[in-house]
Design a protein around this ligand. Sequence first.
Ligand SMILES: O=C(O)c1ccc[n+]([C@@H]2O[C@H](COP(=O)([O-])O)[C@@H](O)[C@H]2O)c1
Ligand SMILES: Cc1cc2nc[nH]c2cc1C
Length: 352
Amino acid sequence: MPTFTAPTIATIENNERRQQLQQIIDLKTKPRGALGRLESLALQIGMIQGTTRPQIYQPQIRVFAADHGLTKHGTSAYPSAVTAQMVYNFLQGGAAINVFARQHDIELKVVDAGVDADFANSPFKDHPQLLDYKVRYGSRDAMSEPAMSEAECIAALSSGMEVAKGLAGNLLIVGEMGIGNTSAASLLLARLGEMSIADCIGRGTGLDDAGLQHKTTVLTQVLQRHKNAQTPLEVLAALGGLEIAMMAGALIQAASERRILLIDGFIASSALLAADHLAPGVAQYAIFAHHSVEPGHAHLLKLLNAEPLLDMGMRLGEGSGAALAYPLLLSACSFINEMASFSDAGISEQNS
Ligand SMILES: O=C(O)c1ccc[n+]([C@@H]2O[C@H](COP(=O)([O-])O)[C@@H](O)[C@H]2O)c1
Ligand SMILES: Cc1cc2nc[nH]c2cc1C
C-alpha cells in the first residue's frame, strides 16, 4: 500500500510574541484599532515569521495546471483544450496572472501537473518558466474510478513538495489552471467538510442553469461512487485533481518551512483544506486573499475560520486574487516596522 508521510508542521502560537506584537500595534500613532484588518494581518504575519519585525521578500507564484477526466460528462462551460491553451498564454506573458505578477514583481512559474497536451514536443519545451512534473495526461474519470490512483496522488503531492522546497523568498502563492477543477474542489469540500454537495457547487467558468443542474447530478453520482473514500489521501485521490494534489503538496512543504501561504480563490482554498487534513497545522500559515464568487468558497472559508482580505467579485483562479492582495501584506509589514509610536512622536495616548 503506498503511503504519504507528511512533515510535521510547527505551531505558530506563542503567547508572549502575540502580546508583544499586539502592544507594538496598539502603541502606533493612531487610535487603537484604526488600521482595522491591516492590524490583524500584521499580527498574523509576525506570528507566522516568529518575529515582531515581519518582512516579505522574493514572493513566488507557482501556477499548477492539469486536466480532469470528469469533464467528459459536461461539468464545465469550456472545453478541456483551454487548459493547454492557457498554459501557452501564461508562457507568452498574456494572462491576468502574468500582468499582476509583473506589476508586483512576483516571480511566476507554471507547473505542468497533468495537462492533456505534450509540451515536450512544443516550441515551449525549454521555456524557463515551464516546470514539467506531469503525472499523467489528465486525471481519470471520477465517475468510473478514482481521479488518481493513490500512487499517482502521492506522486503529485511529492512533486508539489519538491516544487516548493527551498524556494527563494518567504511567501508562496499557488495558482491553478484546470478546466473542470471547480468540480474537484466542490467534491473535496463536500467530503472533507461533511457538507451537502448542493452547498458546495457553482457555475465555475460560467455554466447556465441547465448546466448547473447537470453538474449537480454528475457530482452527486461521483460522491456516491466513492462513498468509501474517507481518509484524506483516499478522498484527495478519488475526488481531487492532479493540480490540486500538487498544490496541497506545495502548501505542506512551504508551511513546514514557515513561509506565508497567500491563498487565492475556491480551488486554492480546497487544496489548503486537503493539505491541512494531510498535515494538520498547515492552515495556520494561510492568509486568505479574497472571497471568490464561486458559492462553495463562502462555506469553505467558514469551515477554515478564514476572513479574506478582498471581495472583488472575482472567480478567475490562476492566483490572480492573491496577487492583487499581495501589496496589502507589504503595507502591513511597513506600518508595523516604520510607523512612529506615541512615545517616539511625543503624542498623548488614550485616557483609559
Ligand atoms: O479560484 C476560483 O475561485 C475560481 C472559480 C471559478 C473558476 N475558476 C477557474 O476556472 C476553471 C475551472 O472552472 P470550471 O467551470 O471549468 O470547473 C479553472 O481554470 C479555475 O482556475 C476559478
Ligand atoms: C479563458 C480562461 C482562463 C482561465 N484562467 C483560469 N481559469 C480559466 C478558464 C478560462 C476559460
